[in-house]
Design a protein around this ligand. Sequence first.
Ligand SMILES: NC(=O)c1ccc[n+]([C@@H]2O[C@H](COP(=O)([O-])OP(=O)(O)OC[C@H]3O[C@@H](n4cnc5c(N)ncnc54)[C@H](O)[C@@H]3O)[C@@H](O)[C@H]2O)c1
Ligand SMILES: O=CCc1c[nH]cn1
Length: 485
Amino acid sequence: MTHPAQPKASHFINGAYVEDTAGTPIPVIYAATGEQIATVYAATPAIVEQALSTAKAAQKAWAKMTGTERGRILRRAADIMRERNHELSVLETYDTGKPLQETLVADATSGADALEYFGGLAGSLTGEHIPMGEDWVYTVREALGLCVGIGAWNYPTQIACWKGAPALACGNSMVFKPSETTPLCALKVAEILHEAGLPAGLYNVIQGMGEVGAALVTDPRVDKVSLTGSVPTGKKVYAAAAAGMKHVTMELGGKSPLIIFDDADVENAVGGAINGNFYSSGQVCSNGTRVFVQKGIKEKFLARLAERTGAAVLGDPQDEATSFGPMVTENQMNIVLGYIEKGKEEGARLICGGKRADMPGFFVEPTVFADVTDDMTIAREEIFGPVMSVLDFDTEEEVIARANDTEFGLSAGVFTNDFSRAHRVIGQLEAGSCFINSYNDAPVEAPFGGVKASGVGRENSKEAIKHFSQVKSVYVRMGDVEAAF
Ligand SMILES: NC(=O)c1ccc[n+]([C@@H]2O[C@H](COP(=O)([O-])OP(=O)(O)OC[C@H]3O[C@@H](n4cnc5c(N)ncnc54)[C@H](O)[C@@H]3O)[C@@H](O)[C@H]2O)c1
Ligand SMILES: O=CCc1c[nH]cn1
């Protein structure tokens, strides 16, 4: 019998599902069991061409509609997503393995927030009037044109919406390629947008691995590329986009610091560290995986952290009682287990977890290492799994320098009851998305993105509008034109 997760076809182009079984088959494996639940096919050159040409052809008429008209469609799509939240959350859980307890509140809901927020902004995308004596300049905020979105596997619905909603609000069209690991959810986003009244051709989804992404990025018709992925992929995609002088947004990886001072509320700090390391089984780009704890509260913090981590419920992710799911793939599980072995070999002290869970599927126990030093592999490389490194520190000055000693700069957090210190420290941390006495909140109203190797540009908030539009300026002369001859 066909699994309910099996989509009608692999691609969604020009307002309809499209299949081409000549493409490489991509099995969709449910991470909680290891069983194959669906198959899609990578886009062939003919499918890539169909998606790009349809998106190119549809864009100009969409940009000519008023922002209010465009926004109305996006807000209708948000309503449909909310009505179907349960069904979409179940699918997100099949696509990623993340527990339904999480997907019910963090995925389609976050996608709907983006559609609603950018739908609301669409009617207010205006320019400026700049007086120049009796002359004047006016500016117009215009669409970029045809945008490509490329997704990672940890938030397939959210990423499809975080890119699609601002792109469409600004009058662009989009071809979106989800990660080959989680190809299912973006198709539903496309379906819902069209059900909400989006004209055909404006939001297209095609499947495939890196080479399909590369074909999209290098196509001369494409004006902008927005990638969510790893730093190595980001470097390749950024370079390819630069060769065609395309706009980019790069949402890449991190190894973010979470700094806990002696005066912090320990219970809240432990909660922040758990949210910043174990949500989505640690597969969150902004995770605060280097947890710097001031020496005075270290053992108290570790004891409470071990106790609360022990309460994680590993199990069937479709059961709402489960609070901790598997790694997305067997390969990702093996990468994470490799890092855990490195941590042990390099002398970190294992506080809890530390191995594959004794159950079917790709589960790794939530793992905490203490006495981690800055040079250890687990403190330097992005693991993208449930492995928290706890490092000790003495002084504010020392911890700021150590926190910044990384190529990454996505996020950073501080827990303290001294607000002067909180702002002073945050002001010196090299990171794009920061938190005080909290961790990993990602509301659509707040800009999200990194500095240094973690990325370029911002998603969400009014900042995203700047990255999906450009300004035309028009000088208007009221008098005669003076010329040298
Ligand atoms: N900053 C953020 O917002 C954010 C959010 C989620 C995940 N991430 C990062 O994503 C990574 C995990 O996701 P992943 O393993 O899917 O990343 P990845 O870099 O392996 O792949 C990301 C996407 O890029 C595509 N791709 C690969 N090579 C390409 C190429 N040459 N040209 C065009 N596209 C290509 C892949 O098919 C996939 O769709 C982690 O590093 C994580 O930190 C960042
Ligand atoms: O994975 C990165 C994006 C994100 C952070 N929090 C929720 N989504």
